[in-house]
Design a protein. Structure first.
Length: 392
């Protein structure tokens, strides 16, 4: 076995260009699998983090109120207070239309929402300057607001500068009482998660002239009980509206599970598509090894005449094919990791080489060397020593 390895390495080193061309397909195939799977996993992680930041423990409720039957915020608060052993927080959500501006400066895509004093905690945000909305602000319908870090920087230059200043939403003026920290400076942009203005939901209802709120967000104390929580909310609302088609209750944890499965399938498909290049590389390995057998017919004849049996000849050529593909696989791993890091930075995602992709790609490359090296090895082992010695 050791002698076969030495002969294999000597043959590879003695025919550098041919060996490199043999490895090239393996290198490209392994690198393609690693790059594709790693980039998709990196993108998946980025998307999943965004959804997780929205709150894996959240349940979103959308109610279509009718003129004859409707669910109001008082009823929802009553339901929440009766089930605080299951629900940790609750907030009505009222979308408010109107451009956000400060003097001549304005923002086009800022999301304006009416919410409760618990909304910031539900979103996992921390106050950078000032304070958050208070229960007293909601009760007394104060014209105050809290804003995201992006809004503060764009309209006032810095988070600290915004507190105590006024801001206009459409034709309505509000006093800024607090600014939330920017969650991710790298992704702080127009329309992003830091581009928002929140006001007391009681004020938002008055501005929008909508007595019945249609959207609510709950957070559960235990994510594993999300299904039970969804059923409980749905049952409560249906009892009032008498029509289950008028309510939609969605647990974010279930959305995340569904996305995880879909992304895993996409990652597997991408890896499979890239893996086709490894099969093509295997055909190249077989062809080059067949050429090698033809070129070394006389060498095989000499070895056989000196007593080498079929097994030894087969072992030599199979090991040579396996070593060639293994070296190609290792180079492909290094190249794939390098390209993954560069492309990840270019498209602004954190993409680390996926360990499963590296192991699978290398394992397949070695298996391909063994599989496609078998036929040339068998042909070499089957040569008649007399005919082989006569070969030029």
């Amino acid at each position: 076995m050791r002698q076969s390895f030495k002969l294999a390495l000597r043959s590879i080193w003695g025919n550098k260009m041919r060996s490199f061309l043999t490895m090239l397909g393996i290198i490209i195939g392994v690198a393609a699998v690693i790059v594709l799977v790693s980039l998709i996993n990196g993108y998946m992680d980025s998307v999943m983090k965004s959804f997780s930041d929205m709150g894996a423990n959240q349940i979103q409720v959308n109610v279509t109120n009718l003129s004859s039957r409707a669910v109001n915020s008082g009823q929802m608060y009553g339901f929440y207070e009766e089930n605080t052993n299951i629900f940790e927080r609750m907030s009505p959500v009222v979308n408010v239309s109107g451009k956000v501006r400060n003097g001549e400066k304005s923002l086009k895509y800022t999301a304006v929402s009416g919410c409760s004093e618990q909304y910031g905690d539900m979103k996992g945000l921390k106050i950078k300057a000032g304070r958050s909305i208070l229960y007293s602000d909601i009760e007394s319908r104060q014209r105050i607001c809290v804003i995201g870090g992006y809004v503060a920087k764009k309209l006032y230059g810095a988070e600290e500068n915004a507190v105590g200043k006024k801001i206009k939403i459409g034709e309505n003026t509000f006093d800024i009482v607090g600014v939330y920290e920017i969650k991710n400076k790298q992704y702080s942009e127009s329309g992003g998660e830091d581009d928002f203005v929140w006001i007391p939901f009681t004020v938002a209802v008055k501005i929008e002239k909508n007595a019945n709120i249609g959207d609510y967000i709950f957070t559960v104390r235990n994510v594993s009980k999300a299904n039970e929580s969804v059923e409980r909310i749905q049952k409560f609302v249906v009892e009032i509206l008498k029509n289950k088609e008028l309510v939609r209750v969605m647990a974010m944890s279930k959305v995340l599970d569904s996305m995880n499965k879909q992304m895993a399938m996409i990652s597997g498909l991408a890896g499979g598509i890239a893996g086709i290049s490894l099969l093509v590389a295997g055909v190249g390995v077989m062809n080059i090894m067949l050429v090698s057998v033809t070129e070394r017919t006389r060498e095989i004849g000499i070895r056989k005449s000196l007593g080498a049996n079929k097994g030894a000849i087969m072992q030599q050529f199979i090991i040579e094919a396996a070593v060639t593909s293994s070296i190609g696989g290792l180079i492909g791993i290094i190249f794939g990791c390098f390209v993954t890091a560069i492309v990840g930075k270019m498209i602004n995602i954190t993409a680390a080489p996926a360990l499963n992709a590296v192991l699978i790609a290398f394992g397949v490359s070695v298996a391909i060397g063994l599989f496609f090296g078998y036929m040339p090895a068998r042909r070499a082992a089957g040569l008649n020593p007399i005919d082989a010695l006569r070969s030029d």
